[in-house]
Design a protein around this ligand. Sequence first.
Ligand SMILES: Cc1cc2nc3c(=O)[nH]c(=O)nc-3n(C[C@H](O)[C@H](O)[C@H](O)COP(=O)(O)OP(=O)(O)OC[C@H]3O[C@@H](n4cnc5c(N)ncnc54)[C@H](O)[C@@H]3O)c2cc1C
Length: 454
Amino acid sequence: MEKEFDLFVIGAGSGGVRAARFAASLGAKVAIAEDLFFGGTCVNVGCVPKKLYVYASEFAEEFEAAKGFGWQSERPQHSWAKLLQNKDEEIARLNGIYINLLKTAGVEIFQGHASLLGKGQVLVNGARSETVKAKNILLAVGGWPRKPTFPGAELTLDSNDLFRLRETPKKVLIQGGGYIAVEFAGIFQGLGSETELLYRGEKFLRGFDFQVRDFVEEEIQKKGVSLTFNDDIVEVRKHAEGQLEVQLTNNEVRKVDAVLSAIGREPKVQNLGLENTRVQLTGSGHIQVNTHFETDEPGVFALGDVVGRKELTPVALAEGMALAKYLFANEKIDLNYDLIPTAVFCQPNIATVGLGEDELRLRDIAYESYVSIFRPLKNTLSASPEKTMMKILVDKKSDKVLGCHMVGPHAGEIIQGVAIALVAGATKKDFDKTIGIHPTSAEEFVTMRTPVSH
Ligand SMILES: Cc1cc2nc3c(=O)[nH]c(=O)nc-3n(C[C@H](O)[C@H](O)[C@H](O)COP(=O)(O)OP(=O)(O)OC[C@H]3O[C@@H](n4cnc5c(N)ncnc54)[C@H](O)[C@@H]3O)c2cc1C
């Protein structure tokens, strides 16, 4: 006889695992299917390994900086193979933790590819093929790197491949202008590759405050990353000496050891059996859902990257928890997609919460801008030319702080706290009333007093 569940989750990534665990804790009979890696993108080929690689790459500067503080030693050599091995061990440990969390919560685990058969039925193709029934089905299948279409695209790497690289490419070309491309530029540069970032648009990091983008452009170049905008790849060819020859639209040719194509991600909706249901896709190919994450097929829900609202782990987690409470605790879904803080772990880091100046102008909001650009104390002895930028945008009418932006070390750690103030509706006066912690960079957020004219 077919097994029957209250909730069947397809995809054990950030959103799926959170929804499954919460639903089970609320007394629902829950199962989850995963066909690749427990913990999903974030744990296996996203946030976690990426941040470990960022840490690895930051040591290069730290070794240099240490000299200014009296440390005298030869610069140690880096082994990419050792980093890979240690990273793999840590990810395997996390995979185990995710499986245990699900088991402990009482969620039944199916290892295999799941697809919809329609009428509340799911087919799981694992060690054996099995059909199950579910009152509710959740599609939490995430996304996948978009492949370029130029000739020789198969010679390029995507972000998943990077986490399998065994050695440092001497020269690397990164195609893309999003946060993943910019983060990987910092990783490669820090780990010793000669790095170029190539973006077809005017400037990378679209969507961030213009001043943040300009500032990061300068700082990244100071570190040695070469930036090329308004240009793209036409073709990649294998050169006789093993290198790759990259033909650009401006007719220039680059010879490199690796090309990383980071041109965005696509929802992973292939072979999901959507044709057996009324589930509809949006113009961008994401699964269309209403305010409580239900698709056009009643009883079939979707959340996380596959619905493409804000493709971030904490958003998928919040959506998963909200859906579980909606289905099994009768709670309304009340998620606030404004004021989601976010960080880019490029070097220096960017972190931001709320609106940027471009957005304020678009919305025709009268604002005041407070900006501080300074050399952090550590760099007075480290001799690093890196500067930090902090920016506060304030509603002229209400005095409410509408956006806070930072480029500098630990920006993510700092902005997380600032985000609480913004969510609580803090005004500039509240910021001014707050005593700083000295000596820190973060204290700048409470000591800026003079708006810049614009
Ligand atoms: C390089 C990179 C860096 C990132 N860095 C950050 C960061 O610093 N901070 C941040 O917040 N976010 C970051 N993200 C984004 C973050 O990883 C995603 O937003 C998050 O993982 C989305 O969670 P999800 O549950 O929607 O999907 P996923 O985590 O992708 O999980 C989907 C799961 O479903 C499985 N699956 C798919 N189809 C099927 C099927 N038919 N049957 C069974 N299983 C299936 C997949 O194998 C996968 O495990 C990064 C992403 C990338 C690629």
